[in-house]
Design a protein around this ligand. Structure first.
Ligand SMILES: [Zn+2]
Ligand SMILES: [Zn+2]
Length: 455
């Protein structure tokens, strides 16, 4: 009897009763929606700690110890619960796993098994209804609403945790969770301060209760702040973001856009100057022989992701700009008609077979009115491309916004070849926008054209 088809196993309660989370909250039933156990641990206990703090003076030694224990327990979550167990981004020896399971338990955020299971669902179903702490349901919801309000466990996305069930440390911690929490969350911080310098009550309040509150709030920020504040250098389709403030608050978990893109990388910050004490801790443990098999994505792969996201941003910017009418959408003009219209006072100028209406631009021409007027009604290709002045890329770009037609005859075949190229797949981005690279406007000749009558 190794496998049971428990997914399809109907439970009496399931078939009859609708889960409270799936019912409308009303004035009569609101208290049934609240997860009172979690409210006690996340809100009630910290409030009691704040009240007790009024009566217990804070000693310097206790304060330092509280900060040190904050880092121990916080790293238990970030290096242990998160990067080791939820993501398997490295392997740890038994002593290190026991240590992380203990100090992680001291952060009072649930057992490794429960935490890592939800976190895997969060990665797999980010921003959807199956994401247990989706930021799409609001910042406060992703921070702690998902814990203080009851959730229908069946709505959370399924994940595979067979590896966790095979880790005896994880299983032991899950079975003895309450004992671990009381011992590591409250008794140990109290014992150290009490036996060390006689501050039993201070150890309990500051290194115990209030420290738990700060660790909880800090790590909750990974679910809220890291999905709300900052940049998205690798992918902007989902909510995860990178920000130094989140990193400072969360022991280095703030490079969350990177993390969601490369979750099995033991690092969150990839630059040496970015703040990621969790990474430093794992690396140090490796030097001490406690951790091994640290996983890291090749920088080639990371840079590819970064470049693709940059490309996407560039495409979005390009789409907002006026690049002129595409060649194949311009009307065809006879040469004589072009000359005639220019003679009649319309400011038309033909360059490389493309006709431009520069009437409104003549007065603004940096090279002077006379110069541009001398090209009206003529083939000004050579004048524009070096004969008189070898115009800049910016000038070609501006010119393209004044296109009004294409000349039949003469360079027509060339023009249509270029029109085809301009319209072809390989000069379009993925959204179908044309890409006109610098120096590649159709009016641009590859080499400056010297002409005899130029000077
Ligand atoms: Zn996330
Ligand atoms: Zn993660």
């Amino acid at each position: 009897m190794s496998s049971k088809p428990d997914a399809s196993r109907p439970r009496a309660a399931d078939t009859k009763k609708v889960h409270i989370a799936d019912t409308q909250m009303t004035r009569q039933n609101w208290y049934k929606h609240v997860n009172w156990l979690n409210v006690t641990f996340i809100i009630g206990v910290p409030i009691s700690g704040c009240i007790q703090a009024f009566f217990v003076p804070l000693q310097l030694k206790t304060a330092i110890w509280a900060v040190i224990y904050y880092f121990f327990t916080g790293l238990g979550i970030t290096a242990g619960y998160h990067r080791l167990w939820a993501h398997c981004s490295y392997s740890a020896t038994l002593p290190m796993r026991i240590w992380l399971a203990l100090v992680g338990g001291g952060a009072v955020e649930g057992s490794i098994r429960w935490w890592a299971r939800d976190h895997r669902a969060h990665h797999r179903y980010t921003d959807t209804d199956k994401d247990p702490y989706s930021v799409r349901k609001g910042l406060l919801y992703s921070h702690l609403g998902w814990m203080v309000m009851k959730q229908n466990p069946k709505r959370i996305g399924r994940t595979d945790i067979t590896d966790l069930n095979e880790d005896p440390v994880v299983v032991w911690q899950h079975r003895n969770y309450i004992k671990v929490v009381i011992t590591m969350g409250l008794i140990v911080p109290m014992l150290v301060a009490g036996l060390g310098w006689g501050d039993w009550y201070g150890g309990f309040v500051y290194a115990g209760i209030l420290r738990i509150f700060f660790v909880q709030q800090a790590t909750f920020c990974v679910n809220s702040l890291a999905h709300w504040l900052g940049d998205q250098p690798f992918d902007d389709r989902n909510s995860p973001r990178d920000h130094i403030i989140t990193a400072l608050v969360t022991l280095g978990e703030g490079y969350h856009n990177f993390h969601h893109e490369f979750p099995s990388d033991y690092r969150n910050a990839i630059e040496w100057h970015q703040y990621d004490p969790t990474k430093w801790t794992i690396w140090t443990c490796k030097q001490l022989g406690l951790a091994y098999d640290l996983k890291q994505f090749r920088s080639n792969e990371i840079e590819k992701g970064r470049v693709q996201q940059l490309q996407k941003k560039i495409d979005q910017k390009r789409a907002k700009l006026d690049w002129g009418t595409p060649l194949d959408q311009l009307p065809v003009m006879e040469w004589d008609d072009y000359v005639e219209q220019a003679k009649n006072g319309r400011g038309l100028i033909s360059i490389a077979g493309v006709v431009h209406d520069v009437t409104d631009f003549i007065k603004d021409h940096p090279g002077g009115k006379a110069m541009i007027k001398s090209g009206l009604g003529k083939d000004a290709t050579a004048m524009f491309n070096g004969g008189v002045y070898y115009h800049s890329n910016g000038a070609h770009n501006l010119l393209s916004t004044m296109r009004v037609g294409v000349i039949r005859g003469g360079g027509e075949v060339e023009i249509w070849k270029r029109a085809q190229k301009e319209n072809s797949e390989y000069v379009r981005d993925e959204t179908g926008q044309r890409i006109i690279r610098a120096g590649q406007q159709v009016t641009k000749m590859p080499e400056p054209i010297p002409t005899a009558d130029a000077a």
